[in-house]
Design a protein around this ligand. Structure first.
Ligand SMILES: [Zn+2]
Ligand SMILES: [Zn+2]
Length: 374
């Protein structure tokens, strides 16, 4: 019975994680997965409203403590696992060919060091905070507005500074961030232009740590299996010694989390390949949706703006008419009754008719995101 509960809990956890990570993909639009993601987000939003009220009463202390509790928890889990690895698995379960090998010993320490270092680097590095007009100018010089998902002339209502293209205001950290990717709750920091490279290092360090840890632990289990050759793998883990049980848990945890972390890293590599940030994925998906609906048009002039067709209630004539609204602020720009109605060209395909100016090919995108040629 216990085993069934553990398996169901693990599958639910993996399903919810994948839903939150991939639920926004346009190919999943109108599928149960996207609906589950939306309802999960709605629940989260409701909880966050009551949370904000309580946090205000405590003058922000709740946000501060909760923000730090996740990375502290993550580091505590890793450190506890390492403690059990070095007191149980390493001396009692691992085959001597590993324990006595200097190459393995060296690689174990390198893997652990890179994991802790990269975690600290993402937690404490500047993601590209926009503090003043110099930072605004620097961010604007790097990323021009495309007037499709980033529009010129908008000001951040909190920072009172111009919003450069590809930037976003993070409500958790309280500032605008250059080439904003996402706010990482695991690390309690934004991931943006200057620390995306440390974030990728952190992901690779985690994959290496989990994969290598999983292989070592599995080698230990295999050795234990030789001693208890008359029982199956599951019985070996749950019915023999404490150290074998701990090693078995390591194999399961490493196997599960290496899949999740690798999927997440591949997703980021795909974003780099497409020339988008996590923050921009939703914006492009919205445009894709408008193209699917056939409601996105471009004013047929050199550098003509993109407009969205919608219905608008004309109070004077008491009827609905077709209106064309700005993608930036949804203001009505002109209606079908306007005298100087411009010539429009329908956007038929995202690939053919919309140009992502931030996509300069995988290698260039990668170099840019990793700040190689800043
Ligand atoms: Zn801001
Ligand atoms: Zn943030």
């Amino acid at each position: 019975m216990k085993t069934v509960i553990v398996i169901v809990a693990i599958f639910t956890f993996v399903f919810l994680t994948c839903t939150v990570l991939f639920g926004d993909s346009p190919s999943l639009r109108n599928t149960p997965i996207q609906r589950v993601k939306k309802s999960l987000l709605r629940q989260l939003q409701n909880t966050s409203k009551s949370f904000s009220a309580l946090d205000q009463k405590l003058s922000g202390k709740l946000t501060w403590s909760l923000g730090w509790s996740v990375p502290v928890f993550y580091l505590a889990v890793i450190s506890t696992c390492l403690y059990f690895f070095f007191t149980e698995t390493y001396p009692k379960v691992l085959p001597s060919s590993i324990v006595e090998s200097w190459a393995h010993t060296f690689y174990i320490y390198v893997s652990i060091s890179i994991l802790y270092t990269s975690t600290m680097l993402v937690i404490y590095s500047d993601p590209g905070i926009i503090k003043n007009s110099t930072d605004v100018a620097r961010a604007c010089a790097r990323s021009p507005y495309n007037e499709l998902i980033f529009f010129s002339g908008n000001e951040c209502s909190t920072c009172k500074l111009l919003k450069p293209a590809r930037s976003k205001h993070c409500s958790t950290c309280g500032h605008c961030v250059m080439v904003f990717d996402h706010h990482c709750i695991w690390l309690n920091n934004c991931v943006g232009y200057y620390n995306y490279r440390w974030f990728m290092l952190y992901l690779i360090a985690n994959i290496n740590f989990l994969f290598y840890g999983g292989i070592l632990s599995f080698a230990g289990l295999k050795k234990a299996r030789e001693e208890y050759s008359d029982i199956g793998w599951w019985k070996l883990i749950v019915k023999t010694t404490e150290e074998v049980k701990i090693t078995g848990v390591f194999v399961i945890l490493c196997f599960l989390f290496v899949i999740i972390t690798s999927a997440f890293t591949l997703l980021h590599l795909r974003y780099i390949y497409l020339g988008v940030t996590t923050n921009e994925v939703d914006k492009w998906s919205e445009l894709e949706y408008l193209v699917e609906l056939g409601t996105l048009f471009r004013i047929d002039q050199p550098d003509g703006k993109f407009v969205e067709r919608g219905m608008y209630f004309d109070k004077t004539n008491n009827k609905y008419i077709q209106a064309f609204i700005s993608l930036n602020d949804e203001k009505v720009l002109f209606t079908e009754d306007d005298k100087n109605f411009p010539k429009l060209k329908k956007v038929e395909s995202v690939e053919r008719d919309l140009d992502n100016i931030y996509d300069r090919g995988f290698i260039e995108n990668l170099a840019d995101r990793l700040c190689v040629n800043r």
